[in-house]
Design a binder for this molecule. Structure first.
Ligand code: SAH
Ligand code: SF4
Length: 367
């Protein structure tokens, strides 16, 4: 999502007659489009800003901007404002589309532009993306998230779920494929709850997939992310039946323990998750399923963790993204007792990586 939004920022800069430079030292404008899903992402931003400070001293006309999820967070916004006075422009996710206006204001007044909006407005259409790859493109179908998984900061920094209308999505894809794009990836925090408005009625995700599949040209379409509680039989059928839809589903499990899944507010059990995988594999032959797992969630016991290892063995993920729980201020999980020590989290992560490696080795041997 961030990578794609950076393509939009690059598009705005192209419209203002800027060109990409080879190095930071040659740049007139440097934009850090930030993530805050885990503490590690935030720390990278602060250390990068430390590296940029001498550049600004050498070239006072350099404009440094920080935007995106981390800048949307009230606390981080305050830190950027007070501890990093050499950052010229700070703006969040809700006023992302005003970047050009902020740049102009900075040029006209010479003063800092510090803008954060509490609420997200309606979806903005008409962004000009400078896409990095001609053959592959991301297309956003929705913004925000309403799920409030207890560990996750996304709903707080990206606001409520808002879907784009089907018409501009289809038009964007038709234009991309007409220009030779061969692979489209639809993006949303939870694509299965897509509901695009059309003549007063709602178009759901399976219908959107079928309409994209009906567009002319030779291309493939993938999508992410699917929440297991919302992946419907209709979506599975659409993936199975549409020749242009890639046979792959990213379906984060997060844990194999029912107690941890409940504390995470995920709204499914491990058995329900595995049953869903069985349905997917029965209806979509050779479907590649990838997942996400968090280890060390507050209160995760050795037996909870063993249940996760068990789920991973059974799930046979072709690809698995594995994370240590990272406490995000303001989320319910940050206030939960029984935090897991870092050494235990690291050990569990390593065990999980080893198990997943065995799964992949076995899958590869079978092919
Ligand atoms: N909407 C998507 C992506 C969310 S962020 C989804 O629901 O899957 C991508 C992944 O980051 C999540 O699936 C989760 O595994 C991980 N993640 C989110 N918050 C986290 C946290 N506080 N600590 C560790 N991992 C986290
Ligand atoms: Fe975060 Fe859960 Fe929303 Fe994904 S579905 S973005 S993990 S709150």
């Amino acid at each position: 999502m961030n990578e794609h939004e950076s393509e939009k920022l690059a598009g705005f800069l192209t419209e203002e007659n800027y060109e990409a430079t080879e190095s930071s030292a040659a740049a007139d404008v440097i934009v850090l489009n930030t993530c805050c899903v885990r503490a590690g992402a935030e720390n990278k931003v602060y250390s990068r800003l430390g590296v940029l400070q001498p550049l600004k001293r050498l070239k006072p006309s350099l404009i440094i901007a920080v935007c995106g999820c981390m800048a949307q967070n009230a606390e981080a916004f305050e830190t950027l404002k007070t501890r990093f006075p050499y950052v010229d422009i700070v703006f969040g996710t809700h006023n992302f589309d005003k970047f050009r206006e902020f740049l102009k204001r900075r040029a006209e007044t010479g003063g800092r532009v510090l803008e954060r909006e509490e609420e997200g407005g309606p979806v903005c259409e008409g962004g000009v993306y400078r896409r990095a790859d001609k053959n592959r493109a991301y297309v956003n179908i929705m913004y925000g998230c309403d799920n409030f998984c207890s560990y996750c900061i996304v709903p707080y920094v990206r606001g409520r779920e808002r879907s784009r209308r089907p018409e501009p999505i289809l038009q964007e894809i038709a234009e991309l494929t007409a220009r030779g794009c061969r692979e489209i990836t639809l993006l949303g925090q939870n694509v299965n709850s897509y509901r695009g408005e059309e003549n007063g009625a709602a178009v759901g995700f399976p219908e959107l997939l079928r309409r994209i599949d009906g567009l002319p040209g030779a291309f493939e379409v993938a999508f992410m992310t699917s929440h297991p509680k919302d992946l419907s039989a209709e979506t599975i059928a659409a993936v199975a039946e549409c020749p242009k839809v890639k046979k792959e589903i990213h379906l984060p499990a997060q844990s194999g323990s029912d107690a941890v899944l409940a504390a995470m507010n995920r709204n499914y059990t491990a058995a329900e998750y595995l049953a869903l995988l069985d349905r997917i594999r029965a209806e979509i032959p050779n479907c590649a399923v990838s997942g996400d797992i968090i280890v060390g969630f507050p209160g995760e016991s050795e037996s909870d963790f063993a249940a996760t290892l068990d789920l991973v063995k059974r799930a046979r993920f072709s690809n698995l993204f594995m994370f240590m729980f990272s406490e995000r201020p303001g989320t319910p999980a940050a206030r939960m007792p029984d935090k897991i020590p870092i050494a235990v989290k690291k050990r569990r992560l390593n065990e999980l990586i080893a198990i997943q490696r065995e799964v992949v080795n076995r899958l590869n041997k079978r092919e």
